[in-house]
Design a protein around this ligand. Structure first.
Ligand SMILES: [Zn+2]
Length: 649
């Protein structure tokens, strides 16, 4: 569901008809028969739409050469036109036969392509298409017995003869959610109750199979319990030659390069498993907005972070708010306008902001009503496609009250509220008064407040619906300090000083420069190599020693001792951590001027050649340390002077 694939554009009226047909549970057959040579990417195929509805558009793909067109079994001329009118089809089945060689991968993610490590056809661009949204696809994939093929949906048969292996699948869904995959795979398989778990990995990755099947089985059981039984009979993890992690009906297609990463088996796999419910069993009406990424991110990524404890969920919400804070102005669109993550910046809205909206909705109506709404929504729309108003209806029913203000505000308004703690004062032994201001026009918000008292923290709430709200709060013990939204539970603008500096602040800076600390030749050469990896061929301009103090954004890199010495010259505050943690490390500090300095140092040249090259992936963090290539620490500095915290005297 993160594929850079555009949904099919249909006339609104026809789309509405198709939606009705899908909701009525009508499934019209679509047969796909391919003889596929994954080593070369050559395909000989036939696609049949058994009862086409409306006009049929034929594919216009450079790699695909139509060979014949049949209507009701009778050959007709292949005209130049790409559209076969309904009047010509006259209720007959339509079969397009073709040949083609899938395009070689050129290193960029694409929907259709081939590589010795795998061939794939994702989405609908290569199919003849009628006006219907959902179909029942009957798929037959014939590949050499040295390879295996897999498709979205359920595998219903597999036969092997004369050096070929033929696998058959049934998939109920939207053409754009279809995926066909083939490669030099070794298949591992296991039953978990009724469910069949499979991995399609290259031989070299086979030792990862068991842990993937363990994890996938766990996630399927988790979401079955939370939502409804798993909608397919199997779940497969398929190794991909492209840098993606995509969720489909009953399978996920994951870059071979990241299969070995624990992150993939954790949060990413959970996310892709959950897409079997959200985005597949319940399809997305893309023309009216994509709700599935936000709901999947909230119920998978965020819920796992909550399970992990230790502030991981709070950090995740803060990461989302940081991404929203740095959204380019043209990407700051209402959530309802989000379609897919193909465009830069859209991820911050369609995933992060959307997940925060579900988080606030849960706080608004309570956990029980939230779970009830999720189940209702699934039960009503399984096998169909759903849109934001369908979610709104399910949540409204479950809550038993009008939520239109909530959905209107969060789906149709761009930007985020900006809150500030205008006043906080003790008004008695066990009372305080708080004034919160917000940007106009005002948002309707329930703001969590934490009051630290002589006997521990208390949680309170203030409801806002105007530019300034003053509330008096009664506490159980003497109030000492108050903090506004300390858990980052609201989708709102972050204020300067509310967050610690993160590596991303340096990578985002427009006029950063670098300075290599004096040291042995091999250290200096390694520092230059690392700068090249982090900042690309253009690199960062070098700064002279005597202008370092004036730089708005600076990287100081090199030997451990020399970098520590320069750090103390540039920043008067005590060091936030030992500058010799591990054997290689990076940390970022904000100077009084607001300027940021990124310090990167290592004990040896090998240290600079190691995993520090991945520093961009630690974007929101303030520090990371490695010992002999292994990460030993990573985190964010504590914030000591947030404008959202006020001491009470
Ligand atoms: Zn997703």
């Amino acid at each position: 569901m993160t594929a850079p694939i555009r949904p099919l554009l249909l006339a609104a009226a026809l789309w509405a008809l198709a939606t009705l047909a899908a909701k009525a549970g009508a499934h019209h057959s679509y047969a796909i028969d391919l003889a596929w040579e994954p080593e070369t990417g050559t395909i000989t195929g036939a696609v049949t739409i058994e009862e086409p509805q409306g006009d049929v558009s034929l594919p216009d793909e450079d790699w695909l050469n139509p060979e014949s067109l049949q209507l009701g079994g009778t050959q007709v001329a292949l005209a130049d036109t790409r559209t076969i009118p309904a009047a010509v089809i006259a209720g007959r089945s339509l079969t397009l036969s073709f040949r083609g060689t899938l395009p070689d991968l050129d290193g960029t993610p694409r929907a259709i392509g081939t590589d010795p490590a795998g061939s794939f056809l994702i989405g609908a661009a290569w199919l003849p298409l009628d006006d219907r949204a959902r179909h029942r696809f009957r798929i037959s994939l014939d590949v050499p017995a040295t390879h295996r093929a897999v498709a979205t949906g359920s595998r219903i048969a597999q036969t092997q003869a004369e050096g070929r292996i033929v696998s058959r699948f049934v998939f109920d869904g939207l053409p754009q959610d279809l995926g066909l995959f083939a490669g030099p795979y070794t298949v591992a398989q296991r039953k978990a109750g009724e469910l069949i778990l499979r991995t399609y990995f290259e031989t070299a990755q086979a030792d990862l199979s068991q842990s993937y099947m363990d994890a996938a089985g766990r996630y399927v059981a988790r979401y079955a319990q939370q939502i409804s039984p798993y909608p397919y009979d199997s779940f497969s993890v398929v190794s991909a030659p492209i840098p993606v992690g995509l969720g489909f009906a009953g399978l996920t297609y994951v870059s071979r390069a990241i299969l070995g990463h624990p992150y993939m088996r954790g949060r990413s796999l959970a996310h892709e498993v959950l897409h079997s419910w959200w985005g597949n069993a319940v399809g997305v009406d893309y023309d009216s907005g994509n709700w599935a990424e936000g709901l999947t991110t909230y119920q998978a990524d965020h819920a796992l972070a909550q399970d992990a404890g230790n502030g991981a969920a709070r950090q995740m919400r803060l990461d989302w708010l940081e991404a929203l804070a740095h959204l380019p102005a043209q990407a700051d669109k209402p959530l309802r306008a989000f379609r897919s993550s193909a465009h830069d910046g859209q991820q911050a809205v369609g995933y992060g902001k959307a997940a925060l909206v579900f988080h606030m909705l849960r706080a608004e109506i309570g956990g029980a009503a939230f779970s009830d709404a999720i189940r209702r929504f699934y039960a009503t729309h399984r096998g169909g496609i759903a849109a934001w108003p369908d979610l709104q209806a399910a949540f409204t029913d479950a809550a038993g009250r009008d939520l239109s203000w909530f959905f209107d505000q969060w789906l149709d308004r761009a930007g985020l509220p900006r809150l500030s703690l205008a006043e906080a004062a003790r008004t008695g032994d066990r009372a305080l008064r708080v004034t919160i201001r917000q940007s106009a026009p005002a948002w309707r918000l329930t703001v969590p407040l934490r009051v630290n008292t002589a006997q521990g923290p208390e949680t309170h709430e203030i409801t806002l619906d105007r530019p300034a709200t003053t509330a008096t709060i009664t506490t159980r013990a003497a109030p000492l300090s108050v903090s506004l939204d300390p858990g980052f539970d609201l989708a709102r603008q972050l204020l300067p000083g509310e967050t610690a500096p993160g590596f991303a602040d340096l990578f985002r800076a427009e006029d950063a420069a670098h300075w290599v600390a004096p040291g042995p030749d091999d250290m200096q050469a390694a520092a230059d190599r690392l700068l090249g990896r982090l900042f690309g061929a253009a690199g960062l301009p070098a700064s002279k020693r005597d202008t370092l103090e004036d730089r708005a954004a600076l990287v100081v890199i090199g030997d451990t001792g020399a970098v520590a010495g320069m750090r103390d010259k540039l920043i008067a505050d005590p060091r936030p951590w030992p500058a010799d943690t591990g054997t290689a490390r990076a940390w970022i500090e904000r100077r009084k001027s607001g300027d940021v300095v990124l310090f990167i140092s290592a004990d040896t040249a090998e240290g600079l050649d190691g995993p520090l090259a991945q520093l961009r992936y630690f974007g929101p963090r303030s520090y990371v340390a490695f010992r002999d290539g292994e990460q030993i620490e990573a985190g964010t500095w504590a914030v000591t002077d947030s404008p959202m915290v006020r001491a009470l005297d």
